[in-house]
Structures are given as C-alpha cells and as structure tokens.
Design a protein around this ligand. Structure first.
Ligand SMILES: [Fe+2]
Length: 167
C-alpha cells in the first residue's frame, strides 16, 4: 500500500514537472489571419445577402452557396490556426493567458459544427422549397453565428496582443 501511494505521488509530481499549457504563437496566428482573404470575403458577402431585399428564393440560393463556401474557408482557417497559431509550452515558461487560449481553441470545433448544421438545414430548405419564414430563420441563425464568430476573433486578437506585450 505504501509503495502504491509512493508511486502515485511520484507520478503526480512528474506530471506537474512536465506540465504543458496552451498558448498562442502571436506572430503566426496574426499571419494566418492576414493571409486568408477568401474567408473575409465570404463573410462580407454573406452579410450583404442577409441585408438584401431580393426575391426569397434567390436570396436562399445565394445564402446556401455562401454558407457552403464559408464552411470550407472556416475549416481551412481553423486548421491552420490550430497547427501553427497555437502551441504547447512548459507551464513555467508561459506568460500568456492559457485558460483563454484553451477556450478559444475549443470554440473552433463548436463554431464549425454550428456552421455545418446551418449549411445542412439551408440545403434542406432549398431542396424542399423555402418558405419566407424559413428564410427569416436562416438569416437570423446566420447573424447569430456571425456574432459568435466575431466574438471568437476578438478573443484571439486579445490573445495575440497579450502575447506580444508579454515579451
Ligand atoms: Fe480561431
């Protein structure tokens, strides 16, 4: 029993000694954000379509296409950010906000899943013949998604600025 406790204690200590935490690589994360104009363009066009007053079926067709495009660009953007914009460092070497970095990285998955569900719903509406109420619902969901995405971008910008000023 003593041996077990002793081993257990040593394992915990080792784990603590080797503890790593997540931080952003500010230069790379900024570079990725500055190097993906397609992502920003899709988002901008989607916002414009949500404001337009064209015939509902035409608006729906454009929204479906733009949501689909945005999903591709978002997947690429998030994959690059996770590969090069985030990194694990020893806990004692970290000067960044590691909890916020964990939160921001985890948002990639939930944002991507949310957008994917919207794309599927929009395609289904288009296939079945969209009603005006469906279109309003889709526009509302798109705006809410956009707000969450902007909040995510603000968080990552805060992480970038915090990391630059910490060194
Ligand atoms: Fe991100």
């Amino acid at each position: 029993m003593v041996a077990v406790l002793s081993n257990s204690h040593r394992t915990d200590t080792d784990r603590q000694d080797n503890r790593v935490v997540l931080v952003v690589n500010p230069a790379f994360l900024q570079e990725i954000k500055d190097s993906n104009p397609d992502f920003g363009r899709s988002l901008h066009q989607l916002r414009q379509v949500c404001e337009c007053r064209e015939e509902p079926r035409q608006v729906a067709i454009r929204i479906v296409r733009l949501l689909d495009e945005l999903r591709d660009h978002l997947a690429m953007q998030f994959a690059l950010e996770e590969c090069y914009g985030y990194m694990e460092v020893p806990a004692d070497a970290s000067r960044g906000n590691t909890a916020l970095a964990e939160t921001a990285r985890a948002e990639h998955c939930s944002l991507y899943l949310e957008l994917s569900e919207m794309v599927e719903r929009a395609e289904e509406y288009q296939y079945r013949g969209i009603a005006v109420a469906n279109l309003q619902q889709l526009i509302q969901a798109t705006r809410q998604f956009d707000a969450r995405l902007q909040e995510h971008e603000r968080t990552e910008n805060e992480l970038i600025e915090g990391s630059f000023s910490a060194y």
